[in-house]
Design a binder for this molecule. Structure first.
Ligand SMILES: Cc1cc2nc3c(=O)[nH]c(=O)nc-3n(C[C@H](O)[C@H](O)[C@H](O)COP(=O)(O)OP(=O)(O)OC[C@H]3O[C@@H](n4cnc5c(N)ncnc54)[C@H](O)[C@@H]3O)c2cc1C
Length: 641
């Protein structure tokens, strides 16, 4: 826990934990979107009486996980058995405490979008009466695609806890688009219809300069909208740094005049954006540090993002006068943000797979406020069951791989090892755990699965009393190059179905904050490993303190007062976040068939592998496409081809 004086403790409100009952009182009146007023939202469903929640959980209903506040995501208690498996705690002949004697057509490890989609495709291809068990280590389904709910004064506020939107830098496949369509999702025209950007009219993007790295603490509004000379003139920077940055953003100069466009592309692929800025554009280290918080996809930051990607994928400055060989980035208008992010997709899949748990016929509008009965996810006679709070620690064929007719899947639940059997297994979990839970895999495949490193990410959601400070400061989004979180924004103003987004700056809103802990200067994978460690060693309280400190520093001049204005806080911690993607700086130029994820996702007997890692891309459509491929692998191993 970082040091905090008594004065600071009081000033930030750390001495007054957010009152737990605040979020469950008054629900009965005035709720917008009445169908959301379900069992899960009613005061009587709180089970706090007599049960003191762990320190990491600060509010909500344990029987309804989306409502839990505090430390979520990959929260303490969810991952320890997986780490035990990694450390060799469960051998090939591990003792089974309980043989459930359950046998399924398919056992899926991982209840994220890939595992849910694989179950959906399996029923399509093997028949609706297939018996399927999905096992996940968390108390909620959806994997990264989780939903956070806050309740305040009779109203529910939804926000994504992880996977944010339908959007991808390459086209959605026929498979992914068809699945969305079957689920009742219409992406075309979605933004115009449901997202009210006019709410933030007049507000701009701001940059918070901190006194440790620049000359003073100051939020400067208008990045990208004011002329750059004016924007940087307002920034607390030495004039030489202002000059560097104005030059970078406005100059149209060829910084590699001796190279032709193809040579430029090749050279830019082999150097970081930082190297390019320092050695070619020749701006100072302080000017470069303006980009310290920028993380392009997959945690490629100024020191690890290839300069070529900074140009092509991001449109970062410094290339306006360069002619570079390359294909322009794919621009897609296939985008949609639901009030709970892509948790909507997970909920719709569960509605189709386990209708008893999400009763009714739903599409993207009605699912937002639909009731989910967690107690009905895993009941005896259902064709599909979802078993939560269960970590798979061993998957092995019952007999010789080439002849076995079934697979044993051993998981830990409530401290006991339990066995189920499946005619097929699909591992829709993380690549980096697969080699530990399937010890019989060929060594080549194990080392391929070990290659990638997932990106540590934190999505902090804060329910605040109002957004007047943002209005006063003239911003709706903020970058903080050296902040604890490097990006802050007012939530997407989306109204869908019965869910209505508040329309006034005087009303509560969710502020989203993003953090990618890393260790600048080291190779990307090493930065990610250290970032994960940092996250696992940070308590909720320590993170809460940083949230409060940052909000006070950035928004204080606009009147933000942490003890009064912070109504609820959920820290979604994802040490194993985005799937790894390759880049020209840190990865060798693998031949296509040698790429680790291709070797890694080979089927092994009756065990197939799905998940976004197995497609080496951190996108929902990839999770879906890989799910279908894994089901095709099952068709193959069942002799259909
Ligand atoms: C913070 C964040 C934001 C994102 N935003 C977007 C976005 O806006 N758009 C987009 O397209 N993609 C986004 N992604 C990428 C996202 O990961 C994918 O879109 C997709 O949801 C991944 O699905 P998955 O099922 O492959 O993996 P996951 O969602 O990770 O699901 C795998 C599940 O398996 C579980 N598991 C692992 N090991 C075991 C075990 N041994 N036993 C039992 N269960 C196990 C995991 O805990 C997890 O619940 C985001 C990811 C993160 C982390």
């Amino acid at each position: 826990m970082p040091f905090m004086s008594d004065t600071e403790r009081k000033r930030l409100g750390m001495d007054r934990p957010i009152p737990r009952r605040n979020f469950v009182s008054g629900v009965a009146t005035g709720l917008v979107g009445m169908s959301i007023l379900s069992r899960a939202f009613s005061e009587s469903s709180t089970n706090f009486s007599g049960v003191e929640p762990a320190e990491d959980i600060t509010g909500g209903d344990r029987d309804y996980p989306p409502s839990l506040t505090g430390l979520r995501g990959q929260y303490p208690g969810s991952f320890e058995n997986a780490h035990r498996a990694r450390d060799g705690g469960f051998g090939s002949n591990t003792h089974v405490d309980i043989d459930t004697e359950e046998e399924y057509d398919l056992v899926v490890v991982g209840g994220g979008i890939s595992g849910l989609a694989a179950s959906y495709f399996f029923r399509r291809d093997f028949g609706d009466d297939s018996k399927i068990l999905i096992i996940d280590n968390h108390d909620d389904f959806g994997g990264h695609a989780k939903r956070n709910e806050f309740r305040h004064k009779g109203r529910v506020y939804l926000v994504n806890g992880g996977t944010q939107s339908i959007e991808c830098p390459y086209p959605y496949s026929f498979t992914a688009k068809s699945l969305l369509k079957e689920l009742g999702i219409t992406v075309d025209g979605y933004k115009a219809k449901h997202e009210n950007r006019a709410l933030y009219a007049g507000l701009t993007h701001g940059v918070f300069f901190d006194k440790e790295h620049f000359l003073a603490d100051k939020l400067v509004a208008g990045a990208g909208s004011k002329p750059w000379p004016q924007f940087f003139a307002e920034a607390p920077l030495p004039s030489s740094v202002q000059y560097d940055l104005i030059r970078l953003f406005t100059e149209e100069r060829d910084y590699m005049p001796s190279l032709d466009p193809l040579q430029k592309a090749d050279a830019l692929k082999k150097m970081s954006y930082q190297t390019y800025l320092r050695d070619y554009v020749k701006i100072s280290d302080t000017a470069i540090s303006y980009f310290a918080g920028d993380g392009y996809r997959n945690n490629k930051r100024v020191d690890t993002c290839p300069a070529y990607e900074a140009w092509q994928g991001r449109g970062l400055p410094g290339f306006a006068g360069m002619r570079i060989e390359g294909i322009a980035t794919y621009q897609s208008d296939f985008e949609a943000h639901f009030p709970d992010g892509n948790a909507t997709i997970a909920r719709l899949l569960v509605n189709r797979l386990v209708p008893a748990a999400v009763p009714g016929s739903h599409d993207m509008s009605s699912i937002v406020t639909a009731d989910v009965e967690y107690s009905k996810l895993d009941v005896g006679d259902a064709r599909v069951r979802i078993r939560l709070n269960s970590t798979v620690v061993l998957v092995r064929h019952d007999g010789e791989v080439s002849r076995a007719r079934r697979v044993d899947v051993i998981y830990v639940k409530d401290g006991k090892t339990c066995r189920v059997r499946g005619k097929n297994a699909i591992l829709a979990c993380f690549n980096n755990i697969i080699r530990f839970i399937v010890p019989d895999l060929p060594e080549e495949q194990k080392s391929a699965l070990a290659y990638a490193s997932k990106v540590p990410m934190q999505y902090t959601n804060v329910l605040v009393r109002n957004w007047r400070p943002w209005k006063k400061l003239g911003v709706s989004t903020i970058s903080a190059p050296h902040g604890y979180h490097t990006y802050l924004e007012l939530d997407y103003p989306v109204s869908l179905g019965d869910y209505r987004f508040n329309q006034s700056p005087d009303e509560p809103i969710v502020v989203r904050m993003e953090r990618n802990p890393n260790a600048p200067g080291l190779p990307r994978k090493e930065q990610q490993r250290l970032g994960r460690l940092d996250m696992l060693n940070t308590t909720f309280k320590a993170s809460e303190l940083e949230v409060r400190r940052q909000l006070e520093r950035v928004l204080g001049p606009g009147g933000f007062d942490p003890p009064n204005d912070i109504l609820a806080l959920t820290i979604n911690r994802w040490p194993h976040g985005y799937a790894y993607t390759y880049d020209t700086l840190g990865d060798p130029p693998f031949a296509e068939y040698e790429r680790p994820h291709i070797i890694g996702h080979r089927a092994f007997g009756r065990i197939a592998i799905a998940n976004a890692d197995s497609g080496a891309a951190a996108f929902t459509n990839e999770a879906i496409d890989q799910a279908e491929r894994a089901v095709h692998d099952c068709l193959y191993s069942n002799g259909y081809v």
